[in-house]
Design a protein around this ligand. Structure first.
Ligand code: DX5
Ligand code: ZN
Length: 217
């Protein structure tokens, strides 16, 4: 699959979300970080804003739920307008049931792993997922430096996907920029979340194009 760039609105101006979505027209998906101040030490936005944003943009929404009890909330985010919902492996009580529920409601199901969570214990449930997110920072904040120590995990995950012949997309999130995206792509990632590298740029839409070219090279 061709490389896809997902701008993260965590680095956008929350008072102007509709305009900020327009500023990245041409992006494949829009990454929306939901934080509950429990799973991570930060608080962002919830259901009403996701509903409004999904009406305000044609770009499909990729929800990254950094929340406790995703089993309860994730399906509701599909109803709020998400095209893809990512829950954290560390927070989900029943990831297989949850992924099936998300898919049954019509969205792509995705699971995220924090840096210290190994991929190996999830090998058997990979066929239940449409995407796997490997965090390349500790989740909670934008603008953190990329963790190079995650590159072997990206590589191992790509090997598992190939071994099982899966269509799974492999997403990386955290510190992805012009200076790190090539390493991620080389390791096997094909979906790239970028917050500060896109919204910190003078021309966010141009930053998306440049990142996509770098990832595809
Ligand atoms: C961090 C979030 C990321 C964040 C990435 O916990 O999950 O999506 O927006 O921001 P950058 O690209 O600036 O590291
Ligand atoms: Zn995220």
């Amino acid at each position: 699959m061709a490389a896809q760039i997902y701008p993260s609105i965590l680095s956008a101006d929350f008072a102007r979300l509709a305009e900020e979505a327009k500023a990245v027209e041409g992006a494949d998906w829009l990454h929306v970080d939901v934080m509950d101040n429990h799973f991570v030490p930060n608080l962002t936005l919830g259901m009403p804003i996701v509903e409004s944003l999904s009406r305000a943009t044609d770009i499909p929404l990729d929800l990254h739920l950094m929340i406790e009890d995703p089993d309860r909330w994730a399906p509701q985010y599909v109803e709020a307008g998400a095209g893809s919902v990512t829950f954290h492996a560390e927070a989900a009580a029943a990831p297989v049931r949850l992924a099936r529920e998300i898919r049954a409601k019509g969205a792509r199901a995705s699971m995220a792993l924090k840096p210290a969570t190994p991929i190996e214990q999830y090998e058997d449930i990979l066929p239940e997922l449409d995407m796997l997110l490997i965090m390349t920072v500790e989740p909670g904040f934008g603008g953190q430096p990329f963790l190079d120590i995650m590159l072997p995990k990206i590589r191992r995950t790509r090997e598992l996907i190939a071994k099982h012949g899966l269509e799974l997309w492999l997403q990386v999130d955290g510190g992805v920029s012009a200076s790190t995206i090539e390493r991620c792509a080389e390791a096997g990632a094909d979906v790239f979340v970028a917050g500060s590298a896109v919204y910190g740029a003078v021309e966010p839409a141009a930053a998306v194009r440049t990142l996509r070219e770098q990832a595809g090279a």
